[in-house]
Design a protein around this ligand. Sequence first.
Ligand code: ARG
Length: 464
Amino acid sequence: MSKNKNNKPIWGTRIKKSSTSLFKKIGGSLSIDKRLFNEDIDASIAHVEMLFKQKIINFKIKNKIVWGLNKIRNEIIKKKFLYDEKLEDIHMNIEKRLFDIIGEDAGYIHTARSRNDQVITDFKIWLKKANKEIVKSLDAIINNILKKADKNIETIMPGFTHLKNAQPVSFAHYLLAYVEMFNRDKKRFNNNLGGLNENPLGVAALTGTSFNIDRFYTTKKLNFKNPTKNSIDTVSDRDFVIDFLYSCSACAIHISRIAEEFIIWNSDAFKLIILNDKIVTGSSIMPQKKNPDPLEYLRGKTGGIFGNLFSMLTILKGLPLSYFKDLQDDKELAFKSFDQLKNSLIILNDILKNFSADKKRMLELAESGFLTATDLADYMVRELNYPFRKAYLQTAKIVNFAEKNKKKLSELSIEELQIIEKKLTYDVMKVFDLKNSINSKTSYGGTSFENIKKMILSYKKDKK
Ligand code: ARG
């Protein structure tokens, strides 16, 4: 803490004994919150400018403080600032340094504010930037997926349910599913800006202040939209942290799902995609191995991001109003999730640039497992006027027949098909063509090549 003339922390005037070294250690958060220095200085400058405008401090003092704060900002940027762990956090470090530089007048800076509102103001400003930065990273991911999708519109693969071959699908359609997910993530991060646009500065410790401050002025100066409305809620609220941590978790789920999907597709059992040597690792004993480590890393790191969300939820559960030390951990959790998510998005982007579809193998797998069975049932509904359940039954019998005779559906002759459903004519043969199957799925959101082309265009347009 900042020391006064008697070398006591600012808050230590009534506390006769100095904290144990253990408490000093656990009480501090400098190593975590020092990354808020810029936001802290911006908020302090807005605060003293407001104090001056409201005639709470005079022009000379305001200028002195602003000058001192800018000097401190420079020192920190140039790595010339001497941090003192004993001063608890970045806020007290900056305040103490201001005393060193401009003397007693530094003491005016903390008029009509408390660290409680100061910290959340800095944190909210930081989180606004963090949300925007993640949105940018997501744009890069979406861009790369769209590029891959563009090249794979006509790449046919089996679509899976239960990891069993289900129906033929365009590989691009699969990839675009992830564009949907990452677009939802973008929306979530953008939505978070709403809560972050309320300015906490000026609620002081918990009740507001008796000084004639202008919270609308600092709101404008710091690019918030409105001041918060209840001083007690303001210093207790960490919903905006939960929102951020949840958004990170949902995004991490998507990263983890695509990672898992790629691990399966790259496995020797599936062999649907090939990973460039740049994104695999070897084994120390098995010379033949090429392991998808970076994908496993992405899947694994998701756990930590969930953990941060659960820590924050648990900290808040049952916590009475208003400020408690418990809340100090909010920043560490948000910083950790942000750093990890950004890193994961960079890695995912690299992976997206370094894999390719094994088109031959995809087609081969799509040709096994009777993937066009549903198309046959649909055909009977359309052409033979059967209710779907009857068509389903007839198709199941045909699949059983094919399986017994070790044939694909497309390898059955019309005579064989007619043993089970005598109304079928040669015209039915077209439904066993995988391309036809895909292109028949023209319903909105379906996998037909035309649909996909339109979707890619519309995603590209959305980006502009
Ligand atoms: N470093 C602390 C935090 O981030 C500052 C808040 C201090 N407030 C207080 N009442 N002790 O939570």
